[in-house]
Design a protein around this ligand. Structure first.
Ligand SMILES: NC(=O)C1=CN([C@@H]2O[C@H](COP(=O)(O)OP(=O)(O)OC[C@H]3O[C@@H](n4cnc5c(N)ncnc54)[C@H](OP(=O)(O)O)[C@@H]3O)[C@@H](O)[C@H]2O)C=CC1
Ligand SMILES: N[C@@H](CC=O)C(=O)O
Ligand code: NA
Length: 437
């Protein structure tokens, strides 16, 4: 092969990063590959908007032109969203082009169709940037950890949410201001509610679940709670108890099935994951052979995401040069070996909890609350009431021993109805299984 021809659809944050890397490291990449990577065509929407990258020598065109160009070997989709991205990818596959995408939203919902079509047409679809941005964790799981039965995973997988929580925790910046900054830095999705409400993290967990357990892609199975309701007060109390709040993706194999959930979680302050800040992401993976592995790096932004896309391009180019495809199963398991393991309902979860009640400061309130908790088999580990009155009410804050989620919800529902309790009780799950041996 004399050259690998590439077509890029989408020249926003990530697309611009890809062009920059291909230009800046052209000679280095040639040394590693021995065949030049030629970015032949680029498509974007707004032709009048000036671009921040040198596009000389590249034909500016539209997506259809790229997909229909018989010389193009690899199509990179970086426009995001469901349509027309899905149509572009499926059409490119049917034209027997290899595809690189960073579009986790698309893969989490339509991955089954996309990977099945790629199998039929004998091409590869690579998606390293879709989870953990620049961290090579897809490749790490598919190849580096292939010999392991993965017991559990804990991930900080959304740079925007982590940036917001870090700014709120460390600098006391307001939620909205921190979100605006994340948007300006190019971390956020086109619809930032995906970042804030945990949807983007759940898209990423959906992809990981298929890679790790060989189960069909099914976004609907994941329990999702975002950070939209995190109050600075809870961040402060968490610190007083020795915890940080992070938006965590959790998956764990149990005898009954697989836990798969995304929610704000309290993590011991000294733990490595509690110290993953800003747009950084991390994924703690526990394999039965390797033990604990921690992947860490920038999960969002132009150059980190661009780095992951370029790694996919090089990996597919290596296959092209050797004349092989689908060397590794697209979702890490052979399609006929994938099986459906049950995903557990969140109500089955057993963990420790943080509660905050807003109650009128009267004698007997605490005993009423603890009485109800006792009725539901929830025992209290510690209580804090510092008498800080907010709108005439005092916050009563508790940590529990391990309790069942279904019981917690029923107890809090009952507590909310007590006359002296003036607001919906707040609860945050505490992750207790993060040991790094
Ligand atoms: N931003 C990040 O840090 C990360 C993003 N991702 C994922 O990467 C993908 C791209 O994200 P990002 O770069 O941030 O998105 P942007 O919104 O910055 O860029 C989207 C690009 O697509 C172009 N575009 C939109 N529709 C079309 C179309 N029909 N034909 C051709 N071009 C089109 C836009 O054109 P124009 O420039 O003219 O508007 C723009 O250049 C998404 O799937 C995202 O989830 C993954 C990891 C990290
Ligand atoms: N919006 C995402 C971008 C990367 O996937 C994030 O903030 O992590
Ligand atoms: Na990655």
């Amino acid at each position: 092969m004399d050259a690998i021809n590439i077509g890029l659809i989408g020249l926003g944050t990530v697309g611009t990063g890809v062009v920059k890397i291909l230009r800046k490291n052209r000679d280095l990449l040639l040394k590693k590959l021995n065949v030049p990577l030629i970015l032949k065509k680029v498509a974007y929407k707004n032709l009048s908007r000036p671009r921040t990258v040198d596009l000389s020598g590249i034909e500016i065109t539209n997506a259809e032109e790229i997909i229909n160009d018989p010389e193009i070997n690899i199509v990179i989709e970086l426009i995001g969203g469901y349509e027309p991205a899905k149509t572009y990818i499926l059409t490119a596959i049917k034209k027997r082009k290899h595809v690189v995408t960073a579009n986790k939203a698309l893969l989490a919902l339509y991955g089954e169709e996309i990977f099945k079509t790629a199998m039929e047409y004998g091409v590869d679809v690579a998606f390293e940037a879709s989870v953990g941005g620049g961290i090579p964790l897809i490749n790490g799981i598919k190849e580096g950890l292939v010999g392991n039965n993965i017991l559990c995973m804990f991930g900080i997988l959304n740079g925007t949410a982590n940036y917001i929580l870090t700014k709120m925790t460390k600098e006391g910046v307001a939620f909205k201001e921190a979100l605006k900054e994340a948007q300006e830095k190019g971390f956020a999705e086109a619809d930032p509610t995906f970042d804030i409400e945990g949807i983007d993290t759940a898209h990423k967990l959906t992809i990981l679940l298929s890679l790790v357990y060989g189960i069909p892609i099914n976004f609907e199975q994941i329990y999702i709670e975002g950070i939209g309701n995190i109050d600075p007060l809870d961040i402060q109390f968490a610190q007083e108890f020795g915890y940080r709040i992070k938006l965590l993706a959790v998956s764990r194999q149990t005898a009954k099935g697989i836990e798969s959930r995304v929610h704000p979680t309290m993590i011991p302050i000294e733990h490595l994951l509690a110290n993953v800040n800003g747009a950084y992401n991390a994924l703690l993976v526990r394999g039965d052979a390797v033990g604990n592995i921690l992947f860490y790096g920038l999960g969002a932004g132009m150059m980190p995401a661009g780095s992951a896309v370029v790694s996919d391009v090089v990996s597919l180019s290596r296959n092209l040069i050797k004349g092989i495809t689908q060397r590794v199963p697209l979702l890490s398991y052979l399609p006929e070996k994938r099986e459906k393991k049950p995903i557990l309902s969140i109500d089955e979860l057993i963990c420790k909890y943080y509660f905050r009640f807003s109650a009128v400061d009267k004698p007997g309130v605490l005993s009423k609350i603890s009485g109800i908790l006792g009725n539901y088999d929830i025992s209290i580990e510690s209580v804090m009431q510092k008498g800080r009155k907010i709108n005439g009410q005092v916050p009563i804050v508790m940590l529990t021993h391990e309790a069942k989620e279904a019981n917690v919800k029923a107890a809090l529902n009952e507590i909310e109805k007590i006359e002296v309790v003036k607001a919906k009780p707040v609860f945050i799950r505490i992750e207790n299984d993060l040991r790094i041996e």
